[in-house]
Design a binder for this molecule. Sequence first.
Ligand code: NIG
Ligand code: FE
Length: 411
Amino acid sequence: MIVLKDIAELFTLSKASHKKARNIKLEDLSVIKNAAMVIEKEKIVWVGESKKLPPHYKKSKSVSLKKKTVLPAFVECHTHTLFGGTRAEEFELRNQGASYQQIAEKGGGIRSTVNQTRDISDKALETLGKKRLLEFQRQGVTTVEIKSGYGLDLKSETRLLKMASRLNKSFRVVSTYLGPHAVPEKHSNVDFYLNEILLEHLPKLANSKLTKRADIFVDKGYFSIEGARRYAQIIKSFGWDLVVHADQMHRTGATQLAVELGAISADHVIQINDDDIEALAKSETTAVLLPTSDLYLKMNYPPARKLIEAGARVALATDFNPGTSPTQDISFVGVLARLQMKMSLAEVLVAYTLGAAYALGLQNELGSLEVGKVADFIVLDSNWQELFYQVGHTPVQSVWSRGKSVVENKL
Ligand code: NIG
Ligand code: FE
């Protein structure tokens, strides 16, 4: 048992949690001033004003948080963290006028990362994975979703999922299978590859118990709506969560399909219309917004304001990958959300905590600081308004996960 005391402001997000992270207003952050929080066995057992701390806790070990601000730790719900190599040269080509699609057609893009990921040893890739997780953690992120998808064949995809589960031992990692990310070089045809996934890869992966989530990239030149339907049917028969990279480059109708199939999240959702927004708003599917990848691709941003005002639940994430979003900087994501998508700071904060926890199905454990939830939180070195303000800087002094301090930043 540990009592955390001398908290100047404790952002519990309890009202946001009652509203299932929808239509967030400033008061939904549910801030308690002069607060204390009690943790037992990794979980929060009491939160409230210090002066109301029940007497029986007063004899327990206590830690002073020195009049700082405490918020829920961030949840990074969409990344492609396990990859080898870089695509820096493609970034230059794109800036000189080549399109993402043109580069992909010439064997670059996702396929280039697939080759570079196969060429790197297990040890080197795992070391990179750890380094990248620490980079997220330093910024206050204690949960990171990692997709496979840079393997494509069963052996290489399994290798990535196994690595993600090894990384989960020292960090909270949620893995997602993304075999249908691109068509591998040796297959000339998307249907042939999808059939192989459905008939051979998925049954073996289900037996391996390496993951419980599966994603698919639905877009022109990638996977079709019909393909996604067939994929979803099998995923659902396993009881796994379905995720869809939806309406990113072109409007294919994937967002509405994701809603219809009860996907846990629809990610990107850039090329969406009012009907798609309405469908998301009425559903339990979280819209995951990835503004750094939109900036790198020089695309439009998703209609965040319309989504929020219609009542959809939104999450924010980096989409960290070497092609469309070579950044792990969550401050960059938040600043773009505020500047380009006109999200309020309260909306950004909830999207990066509770909204993202929903996208991972972890809303009962993470994303707010309430009794019964896991004690994952950050202690700020500044006022909360300095969050998502200065790109490249997160004013996080310390990061706690499962009730233990895991990072002390020198600021
Ligand atoms: O989320 N859209 C598909 N997948 C990634 C891009 C991956 C890559 O280019 O390597 C994305 O943007
Ligand atoms: Fe992605």
